[in-house]
Structures are given as structure tokens and as C-alpha cells.
Design a protein around this ligand. Sequence first.
Ligand SMILES: [Fe+2]
Ligand SMILES: [Fe+2]
Length: 190
Amino acid sequence: MLLWREKIPDNWLPRVLNNLPAVLVDHAHLERKAATTALSLEKYRDLHSRVEELNAIAIEELQHFQLVLNILKQRAIPFSQAYPSLWISGMMRAVRPGQRHQVIDHLVCCSLIEGRSCEKFQILAGALQTVDIDLAKFYASLVESEGNHYATYLLMAREIDEAETARRLDFFLDLDVQLIRQPNPHPMLH
Ligand SMILES: [Fe+2]
Ligand SMILES: [Fe+2]
């Protein structure tokens, strides 16, 4: 897994554990957005040959979305409004326009979002062991899939342009350092 340049802030985990219903709603939206993101990557000329792999990711994310919706239903938590993530919107704002620049940046950004999800789901799976075993198992079951998405997106970018991907990965890892320290007004995954 990737070498992050900043660790997740210490207050993230207790805040998430103390606000699980809100975080589960946020998680449902995160999976919904991950599905639409995989489909939106299909617009790039450089990814037309990868359309089936991207469809497979979109289907997987949609299945994750449904799994979170099932958990919401079991727990009588209504599926409600999403709050914007300052970290995700900050990363996405740095995606440069222009066909080749945009596809590389978009893939690197998506890869890091998947990577942070993978890391956070792993932390949650461990922390929930003694609190909520069903939810702990659920988060553990997502780790491998999100890790694969992280690797797939990064590999897709490298196959388009290895050197540019390395430069932009360096840039986005530095941006992550700044953005992850920002206080989040709502309890959420990112
Ligand atoms: Fe997912
Ligand atoms: Fe994913």
C-alpha cells in the first residue's frame, strides 16, 4: 500500500465511532459516488479500451452502495442528505483541464480516494471489533476491494503516462497532507 505523507488525524476515529449513523449515511453516498466516478472515467479517450474494467468497478461500487443501504435499513437509519467532503472536493479541484492532464489527474485522485477508504475501512474494522462486530466484519469485507480499486486506477494512469503519473502522485500526496489536516464540520469518512 501507498506511503502517505500524513497520518489520519487522531480525532477522526473517535468522532466516527461516536457518530456511526451519520457516518453510515455518508458511506452510502461515498459508494454511490464511487460508482458514478468509475462510469465518468469512461469518457476519456485514453480509457476507452478499459471500459469493461471500469464497468466492473462501477458494478462493485453499486453493490457496496446497496450493502450500506441494507445496513441503514436494518438499523432504521434513513438515507438522507450527503455533506460535501472538503478533502475530496479539495483534491478534485486540483484536477487540471486538458485531455491528457485531466485523465491522469482524475485517475490519481480517484486512486488516492480509494486508498484512503481502504486504509480507513481497515482501521474501522479493527476498532469496531469490540463495539459492533457486524459492522466490523462489514468494513473488513470491503478492504480488499477498495485496495484493488486504488491499485487499478494508479496502474491505469501509469499505463497512459508513467512519468506524468509519478509527478502528479507526488503533487497529490502533498495536497493530501494539507487537506487531511483541515477540520471537518461533519462526522464523515473523508
Ligand atoms: Fe466501494
Ligand atoms: Fe472503491
